[in-house]
Design a protein around this ligand. Sequence first.
Ligand SMILES: [Fe+2]
Ligand SMILES: [Fe+2]
Length: 336
Amino acid sequence: MTTLTERWLRPQRPRTQFPPYELGDADIVGMAQARTDTVARIYHKGHEQAWDGRQVLDELIAKHGGIHFPEDKRDAFGTVASVLLWGELAAWSISADLALKLDETPAKMAASSQVFDEARHFYTLRDYLWRANVPVKKLGGWSRRLLVELLETENLLYKVVGMQLLVESMAVVIFRSIADARIEPVLTDLLYYFERDEARHVGLGVLTLPDVLEGLSDRDALSLWWFQTRMQLEMIMGGLNINPSFVALGVDPAAMNLAGFRYHHEIIRRMKNTRPGRGTDQASVKGLFRLSKTAQDAFQNLFFPTAAPPAWQRTFLATMVGVAQRTDRWLARRAA
Ligand SMILES: [Fe+2]
Ligand SMILES: [Fe+2]
């Protein structure tokens, strides 16, 4: 019998593992039940908190007397929304892939409920953009590259870490920041629903990953760490391209970055405390990308200086932005 970690790193195909008869064995299921009930709860919560995208959007539009999107912010929001909209579509496919390939029942249930959420997010956001006359734009090269990598990886551990921990947590922070900026009343109210769902999706990662990470060899942990480092770099490059649009919308990228650090810290803390009786345990987060507080401060000060930066830093930032923009366009041109 292969270990849980093995099954996530190198998923089997139906011809070798279907049907998994142990799912029908009350003794085996009973033993695992208590531990995994919390994961299954994500699925049930998903049902309780499900909302009808058509109805919610119609009601919000009626409540606010229509969508009145500020003309001067339309283009900038189109740029930000392209990452959100295509990100929702990627999340939809990725969660469907997880629902298909994860073989533990509770995790499969949680991923299945996420499929419905992401479908709803995609069509509701697209509907909103159409009705608000916000252009539906193409993805930037770096954002596309990141999403394609997550869509294509066969490795379930990479998929869950990349999707649930990195992309979903970023989505929570972005939705919250845009809602706080109060750009347009229907959008502000609508994003509350999105954010609540995304937080549940982060929960799937938080609850399922510790048991898998614990079983990683040092070598596999290093590969996972490298995978996340690459994703972080792609996010930074994507961010450098999109930040001017956030500024145009009245969203401060520096504050958003800090919120991202805080949320990531909170996720790691929750993961260390998911397993009852184990206290705070480091094995739960083996191989996960983490920045110390000092490194976070250094990053924040380098990319988002509060006072007027010295000449070398201005040159560095201008060079980074230039490189990020050129490579973004180059990657976008290479896309199909
Ligand atoms: Fe979503
Ligand atoms: Fe999500």
